[in-house]
Design a protein around this ligand. Structure first.
Ligand SMILES: [Zn+2]
Length: 321
């Protein structure tokens, strides 16, 4: 039977809020996006979100759709009942604010809140590359590294509503100090920030590389330049991508002892590095991990791309989670 439900998914990030009207098949019927000024107060940010949700409901009417719920995801930590924000990464004015209660008060629909990593994981599980996978981990590699876990269709909540902090699995106890206070977290060697740092080092030590040329031209190296050099077969870029991916695979080898994922999906901004990055993650996992545990674990690109969050947020709302 065709699922005729629909819901609004809202993905609040540090720079913008993305919204989508999503139907019961996980298809986006309408979308909206608005930039966010992270210095604005919690009340102002709440107003922006409520306005955008109202506008999307008007759009829904023109499609003859009536969303039954709103799902909102964001980076940060919520209290146990998911009624209060304890800490909001990238949006400092929201930390400790009443945003969640104010949003609920401003909407006459049921509202679900969750961590952004759970939204993306649930989206991939319901509608993306993780459909039907009994133990699924969905990784987002951006500035940092996060992950959501779905086991037997349920979101795994260990602490702060997430299945664990993949980015802070320690892979090198004598390595660099991490922003979290620990030493040698995988974020120090495999995140977008780590990729940029290693690309700069590689450009310095290999002045004839494509990476070095791009650094000269543009003055800085981001994931975009690394992806460009990689596509042109630059050996320095290959080495950096391989190293970052391999370390993430090493972290996943430890993660596997806890969550035993059958499938790991890789998304986030760094996914633009494509298959060489995925292959390196797979190799790190297989070289280091417990063979019986990881031999059947597959590593693949996420299926929904940057829409995983909004689609998953709507899915959470439809499921009333
Ligand atoms: Zn850390």
């Amino acid at each position: 039977m065709r699922d005729s439900r629909c819901a609004i998914g809202v993905d609040l990030g540090g720079q913008s809020v993305k919204l989508a009207l999503v139907d019961g098949q996980g298809v986006i019927r309408r979308r909206r996006q608005e930039s966010i000024d992270a210095t604005k107060s919690a009340e102002q940010l709440c107003g922006v979100m409520l306005d955008q949700i109202r506008l999307l409901r008007l759009d829904a009417r023109s499609e003859n759709l009536a969303p039954s719920a709103v799902g909102i995801i964001m980076p940060g930590y919520m209290d146990r009942q998911r009624t209060r924000l304890i800490f909001a990464a990238n949006l400092p004015t929201l930390s400790g604010s009443n945003l969640l209660a104010d949003l609920r008060a401003g909407l006459d629909l049921p509202v679900t809140f969750d961590a952004d990593s759970n939204g993306a994981a649930f989206g991939e599980y319901c509608y993306g590359a993780g459909q039907g996978v009994d133990r699924l981990t969905v990784v987002a590699v951006g500035t940092g590294i996060g992950a959501g876990v779905v086991a037997d269709g349920q979101i795994v909540r260990v602490r702060h509503h997430i299945g664990g902090s993949l980015g802070h699995i320690i892979v090198d106890p004598r390595g660099l100090k991490c922003a979290c206070g620990a030493r040698g977290c995988v974020e120090t060697v495999a995140s977008g920030r780590a990729l940029e740092r290693q690309a700069l080092e590689a450009a310095g030590s290999e002045p004839h590389s494509r990476l070095a040329a791009l650094l000269n031209q543009r003055g800085s190296l981001t994931g975009k330049e690394v992806a460009e050099a990689l596509a042109q077969g630059d050996s320095a870029a290959c080495r950096v991508v391989r190293q970052c991916g391999w370390w993430l695979g090493v972290a996943l080898a430890s993660w596997a002892v806890v969550h035993a994922p059958r499938k790991v999906l890789i998304g986030g901004g760094i996914a633009q590095l494509g298959l060489p990055f995925i292959q390196a993650i797979h190799d790190g996992l297989q070289e280091v991990g417990q063979p019986a545990l990881v031999k059947d674990t597959t590593v693949e690109p996420a299926g929904l791309g940057p829409d995983a969050g909004v689609v998953g947020a709507a899915g959470l709302a439809m499921a009333g989670l």
